[in-house]
Design a protein around this ligand. Structure first.
Ligand SMILES: *Cc1c(COP(=O)(O)O)cnc(C)c1O
Length: 370
């Protein structure tokens, strides 16, 4: 059997044809490398596409989260509510501003921050709710915004995995006061290197992010505030503008592949499939199943030449990096259960139907034998 990779850029790159080379040619001829017309153009295009007034390009997704919290004046003594199950970047942004991380457990069906549990975690020190649209599925932003409004809190969406996901007809990244996203190469919209952005409806917040990403300066060599260097490259911005029009077709392919996987695994009792109540709410950044025989199944997949990943094997509270927070195994049982049972199957635009079938056949074969 031909191996099935966990991920491949090949088909997406093929869809782009010679466009990347035309982008590079124009970039080369223009001889302008930092904060020029390509960054401005991408910011305008992405904001319009995302249904937000403003987009500010930055160096990566972690910086976008960090700058969002900085601009909202979050710091020592403030509490930020984050999911207990997320990529560590979400937590690191809170650490970077010196605020207190308040983990809240996910809803077991969606794996997203459970609105019902958020309110119980709110204290007088709470300043921000930071929901993550995990694996590409939109959080229930109606409920999260209602809780935030009731308690006068800011909302910062981590939209790194969910470009184009809809909640109540609006795209993720357009609900919170200031939202962060990443264009890391393997995200649904990926650059050819590191890149990220913030989105907001607030012109004053957007202006502050623009200052902070560029040394706290709006006029060269005059610095208004101690800022950072977190600029989006001209070349990456131009490449992202070129790729953005392809995102809808790649998302459609992801949805088709997710339906195929679901239909071919639906009757397997040993596997919990990812679900979504609204097809528009999910852009399938990853296709993550759960099973108590995860490690044995993963070993079987490897033996059969099938790629896989675990998102994520260790929840943030049990990472060595957060030893100082003093958390123990058992503190966030749902996050721990997800870390112990989740398995991401091969998934990428351009994946062949026959490849999905090969993966599901091997999975079925495994469960017949055990
Ligand atoms: C990828 C990712 C980030 C960080 O993005 P980078 O561009 O790698 O810094 C943040 N949050 C989540 C949920 C992510 O998946």
């Amino acid at each position: 059997m031909t191996p099935v990779p966990f991920f491949s850029f090949a088909a997406m790159n093929e869809d782009l044809g010679t466009a990347p080379f035309d982008v590079f040619r124009r970039f080369w001829d223009r001889q302008w490398y930092i904060l020029g017309e390509s960054v401005t153009a991408f910011e305008t295009e992405y904001a319009r596409w995302n249904g937000t007034k403003h987009c500010i390009g930055v160096a990566n997704g972690l910086d976008a989260l960090h700058l969002a919290l900085r601009v909202l004046n979050v710091g020592p003594g403030d509490e930020v509510i984050v999911p207990s199950n997320t990529y560590i970047a979400t937590w690191l942004a809170v650490s970077q501003v010196g605020a207190t991380i308040v983990p809240v457990e996910p809803h077991p069906a969606t794996c997203n921050l459970d609105p019902a549990r958020i309110e119980a975690a709110i204290t007088p020190a709470t300043k921000v709710i930071l929901p993550v649209h995990l694996y590409g599925q939109a959080c229930d932003m109606t409920q999260i915004m209602a809780v935030a409004e009731k308690h006068r809190l800011y909302v910062v969406e981590d939209n790194a995995q969910a470009h184009g996901a809809l909640h109540a007809g609006k795209m993720t990244g357009s609900f919170g006061h200031l939202n962060a996203t990443s264009f890391y190469p393997t995200k649904n919209l990926g650059a050819l290197g590191d890149a990220g952005a913030l989105t907001t409806g607030d012109a004053a917040l957007a202006a502050q992010v623009k200052l902070l990403r560029n040394y706290g300066s709006s006029r060269k060599y005059y610095n208004e505030t101690p800022g950072y260097n977190s600029r989006l490259d001209e070349l990456q911005a131009a490449l992202l503008s070129m790729k953005l029009p392809f995102l809808a077709q790649w998302t459609a392919q992801r949805r088709h592949l997710a339906r195929l996987y679901q239909s071919q695994l639906i009757d397997l009792e040993e596997i919990t499939l990812p679900t979504t109540s609204d097809p528009a709410a999910h852009v399938w950044h990853q296709f993550v199943v759960r099973t108590t025989s995860r490690d044995a199944l993963a070993a079987h997949l490897t033996a059969q030449g099938i790629g896989w990943m675990i998102h994520y094997p260790v929840p943030p509270h049990l990472q060595q990096a957060y030893l100082s927070l003093g958390y123990r195994r058992g503190d966030f049982p749902l996050a721990e259960k997800m870390a112990g049972t989740s398995l991401s199957l091969p998934f990428f635009p351009g994946m062949a139907e026959q490849q999905v079938e090969q993966v599901t056949t091997v999975i079925r074969q495994f469960f017949r034998q055990t």
